[in-house]
Design a protein around this ligand. Structure first.
Ligand code: MG
Length: 379
């Protein structure tokens, strides 16, 4: 399905797509089969071929005891994950990890619904490293360059986030000349209560030289963090930036495996006392893969509070709540109908309360639920 970076989907957004899946189980609740829903998070294009040709068939061909828990009364998402990973070789991560993450999201949704629990509460019973928190720090992400009237529309967008109860926001830089990006940052900063309530995301576009130029220019703004500075695998440039930029740097959004996470930690010069880790639980082979990354990096000294997963949607909110991570990105206006919380959910002082609906709670997002539900009503 198409997905737009802008609240107004008429603005061209590069033809971005995502995949949606519905996973129908033979468990019945209130006379209907329990269905889990998932989608490919945002930002990496749809994974339809890999899902249809490789990973969904493995799940469908599995024996009951390969995907169910010991009691046989619910799905075991970790076992289902092992079924999907069967025969996959190390390395060559590409985007197969996103296809697996898409199905993994639907499996967790179904399993939590079968257990009758919101996903964060279900995760607290199934994940050894769970450390539940009662409300989740969130920030509003968006701020893409508008094709016309950019600064006025950016200002309107940030004001809209504040009206929703957000205290922190993130905008994009790197798509315009640096001087224009500095005006974008100043426009957003003027609306936020403190300088360090704004993060700037360069979308991995700067090279070795422009990374350092941007870092030098951004240093005086006291930003919350400087994100996705250069190519995700250019650890040399990332480390050079970390040497001259005293503020927080955020990285990891476009790295999808534990091996890559380890290389980032070893070679990118990141600092455990201030930098942020943005790995996306869906893009990183789903939650089982993400948990391996969190384990690896926390055991090597990173605090849980450094993890602010990319995604911008309800699934990551549950993950942050269950694991007690730093906080969650939200896309309240962009990437609709996927981004943000359930309809009518309240953000208070920059924090979101935990959803109460069973599963992920896509049923509480009317437009998204209609789209997901169409998968099995259209058959
Ligand atoms: Mg980013």
């Amino acid at each position: 399905v198409p997905i737009s970076r802008y609240a107004d989907p008429a603005i061209p957004s590069g033809g971005l797509t995502t995949s949606i899946v519905a996973l129908e189980t033979d468990v019945r609740r209130e006379g209907k089969p329990v269905v889990g829903y998932g989608f490919s998070s945002i930002g990496r294009f749809a994974q339809s071929g890999l899902i249809r040709e490789r990973f969904a068939p493995r799940l469908l061909a599995a024996q009951d005891d390969e995907v169910a828990d010991d009691a046989g009364s619910n799905l075991d998402p970790f076992r289902a994950w092992s079924v999907m990973m069967r025969g996959e070789k190390p390395g060559g991560h590409g985007e197969r990890c996103v296809a697996i993450g898409t199905l993994d999201m639907a499996i967790w949704d179904a399993a939590a619904k079968i257990a009758g629990l919101p996903l964060h509460a279900f995760l607290a019973t199934r994940v050894a490293s769970a450390n539940p928190i009662r409300s989740v720090p969130v920030y509003a992400a968006g701020g893409y360059l508008y094709p016309d009237d950019d600064l006025a529309r950016l200002g309107d967008e940030v004001r809209g986030y504040l009206d929703l109860g957000y205290t922190h926001a993130k905008i994009k830089i790197g798509a315009a000349p640096l001087a224009q990006d500095l005006r974008r940052i100043e426009t957003a900063l003027a609306l936020l209560s403190a300088g360090n309530n704004l993060a700037a995301d360069a979308m991995n576009v700067y090279d070795a030289r422009s990374s350092l130029e941007a870092a030098a220019q951004l240093a005086s703004y006291d930003l919350w963090w400087f994100e996705d500075v250069c190519d995700p695998l250019d650890f040399e440039t990332q480390a050079a930036v970390a040497r001259i930029y005293a503020g927080s740097i955020a990285a990891g959004e476009a790295l999808f495996s534990t091996a890559e996470a380890r290389l980032l930690d070893l070679h990118a010069g990141l600092r455990r006392d201030r930098d942020m880790l943005l790995f996306d639980p869906v893009h990183c082979y789903g939650l089982p893969g993400y948990l391996q990354i969190v384990k690896l990096l926390t055991e090597s000294g990173w605090p849980q509070s450094a993890f602010w997963p990319h995604g911008g949607h309800l699934f990551t909110l549950h993950v942050v709540a269950a694991l007690g991570l730093g906080g969650a990105e939200m896309n309240p206006r962009c990437f609709q109908p996927f981004g943000g919380l359930g309809d009518g959910a309240v953000i208070s002082d920059g924090r979101a309360l935990l959803p109460k609906a069973p599963g992920i709670g896509f049923e509480t997002k009317r437009e998204l639920f209609q789209l997901l539900h169409s998968l099995h009503t259209a058959r």
